[in-house]
Design a protein around this ligand. Sequence first.
Ligand code: ZN
Length: 286
Amino acid sequence: MQGLNDNYVSLQGREIGECIYCGKREVPLGTEHAVPYGLNGPWTLLRASCGVCAKITSRFEHGPMRHLWPDVRNALAMQSRRRDKRSTTLPMVVQRDGVRETIQVPRTKFPTYLPTPLFPPPAVTWANRPVRGVFTNLDVMHVCGPTFAEASKEYPGYDFFGMHINFSAEDFVRMLAKIGFCAAVATVGIGAFTNTPIRKVILGTDQCIGHWVGSWWQEPVNGTNGGLHEIRIVLSEPGKEIHAIIRLFAQFGAPEYHVMLGPADPTYVASSAWPAQWAKTHLIKQ
Ligand SMILES: [Zn+2]
């Protein structure tokens, strides 16, 4: 099995001094992980979220952690705040003579697949009007352990192998929105985001989440050889629209996602706080 890589740590530890979601300053502010801690996310923002907003984000991150990726997190021994509860076996769904049952398989012999939700591109790039919710498809990628075909040889008589997946696409999309926003704040500074649509997606007040978040279907922006996860913050002109291209599990060749963060505040762009050198080299064509 491949070890897990850490990657590009330029986002580490930027101090913000206000809640990046609601703007409150005069409250206790906590550390915000861009990619959740439970996915070995290395990037943090310091003093960046109030208790109320942190509760909202941890609620929607719970879904992908516990329902979409629990097996892959366990098989790859990813970090957990509940490490003592990690089990040494994992549940596999099998079927024999039309009857389905769940058997427990030792972690090292478990056919480990990464479920990867796929979406249309953010609808703002192709639709006239926002639509509620998000459309999703689910793909799976083999990550480690035997394949289902190999595992089936160990269990003669069974004619179906699979796994239970029951996840909320909405939680997943809001997690992507949060990852993209955190990474963008770390890269260009909070001052650029006076009017971003993404805060409402994250806080749950905009139901048209597929308008702003989706899959990235163009040439890959992030490589597969560096970190476990890869994120690039890029611009499209005119208007300096900010985009986050996120590749969770990049190391395993997983697909990329696209978060639209809207145009940077023009006053901020004109100020010395705007990273002009960076902005010159991170342009994409849309
Ligand atoms: Zn807040």
